[in-house]
Design a binder for this molecule. Sequence first.
Ligand SMILES: [Fe+2]
Ligand SMILES: [Fe+2]
Length: 285
Amino acid sequence: MKISMMRVAMSLMKDLSSRAGRELGRLTAPSAESLREVDWEKWVRHFERNKRNRPEPDWDVATRISPGIVNALLPSLEQFELGDGGGPACLIAFDAEAFRSCTRNVQRVVDAWFEEEKGHARLLGRAVDRFGGKHIKTHWSFSAFCAVRRFLGVRFELETLLLTEIVSSAYYRVLKRNVEDRPLKEMCALILRDEAGHIAFHLERLAAADRSVVGIRRQLWEAQFWLLGFTAATVLWVNHGPCLWPLGATNGEFYREVRREIFRFVLRLKRRAGLEPWNVQIASH
Ligand SMILES: [Fe+2]
Ligand SMILES: [Fe+2]
């Protein structure tokens, strides 16, 4: 008797959680109208074009970095190999498939985007090999990152990935500027080129989705974007800052890059959505 009651309760809970999941998915997935406004074919062409003209860094050239600096830097490169395309190379939110497979072109763009991310892990893997490091399979920060992506829906996952791309671009820029190693500088340049494309893609996607978000809703959206951006930057820098300090990188340099990237993105988003600062003021009254 007890067992059958437990079975009924479990099946009820399963039913309720799958309904809650569907409902959450409906609320968090990008709207069909906003997806229609994105020029997906343009992004398919962008990713095709971006495959060309990618000279591989000369990994065998002798390095000028001292062994002490290599030892400090290696854990950072190892973690980035896992975090930047080394994990699941796809959207992993519980409702991601509904977004990815809504049209053939959305699928092609999302797959091409993650293909480039896999390419970043490959480049970082070559850098790890160059300095005799190890290829790690797990790290607490990466597990936490994946858990957030999985449970909070595809819209939040896309925002999390965008913010990661923004703060990673700041990291690669700081690394490129400070490291005295040609292949590493070339690797950073290749990754930065791809990330600029990814951020531009998100800009177009969000401009279409957020055109109607004005007034206090817009201010709240911007506030959470800045807050999450600086949270992501701090999680990154707590781990990676100490690895880059011996190269001469500073906290101020990293956070200046982050601030500049977020500021530029928010401003461009307003312009693309037709919401110049003065329009936002008018719309809020
Ligand atoms: Fe990447
Ligand atoms: Fe990216």
